[in-house]
Design a binder for this molecule. Structure first.
Ligand SMILES: [Cu+2]
Ligand SMILES: [Zn+2]
Length: 166
């Protein structure tokens, strides 16, 4: 199954441009009703991981985007995915916080007036293998933007989309 996913990613790359030269993982994004609303593509890089997000059907505007601890989007509110992936010790959130240690923190995703969101982000906080640890990880999109400072999640509010990374 994994082999098929890799092959599909390679085909898509040859047809559509640069991404996916290295090993890539594709995961489906679903909404609170369990409907498929797009996908994420994670590509391992020498100094981190590149993520492409492609989604539709979300509310227009800015949305918090994070890596969460567990590959578990089974609860409809996605609390099953746990908190943000993080380093050792107390969890401190926020890309603008000098004391932050959450490896799951990422820039916000913008969704246009038609409900379509697409972006690529690069994180040096972790590698694809860190996301594919024993319990996996999740990509979560929130209802509101992350202010990169407020604890515990930058005021990003409810979880509106989730993808399981294994
Ligand atoms: Cu989050
Ligand atoms: Zn965080």
């Amino acid at each position: 199954m994994r082999r098929l996913v890799l092959a599909a990613a390679a085909l898509a790359a040859s047809a559509a441009g640069p991404a996916a030269l290295a090993a890539s993982t594709v995961a489906e994004l679903k909404n609170n009703a369990g409907q498929a609303i797009g996908q994420i593509t994670l590509t391992d890089a020498p100094k981190g991981v590149i993520m492409r997000v492609e989604t539709k059907g979300l509310a227009p505007g800015w949305h918090g985007l994070h890596f969460h601890e567990k590959a578990d989007c089974s609860k409809s509110d996605f609390t099953s995915a746990g908190g943000h992936t993080h380093g050792a010790g107390d969890r401190i959130h926020g890309l603008l916080n000098p004391a932050a240690n959450e490896t799951g923190d990422l820039p916000n995703l913008y969704v246009g007036a038609d409900g379509t969101g697409a972006t690529e982000v690069f994180s040096t906080f972790l590698k694809l293998s860190d996301l594919k640890d024993t319990d996996g990880s999740a990509v979560v999109i929130h209802a509101n933007p992350d202010d990169f400072m407020t604890q515990p999640i930058g005021g990003a509010g409810a979880r509106v989309a989730c993808a399981e990374i294994r």
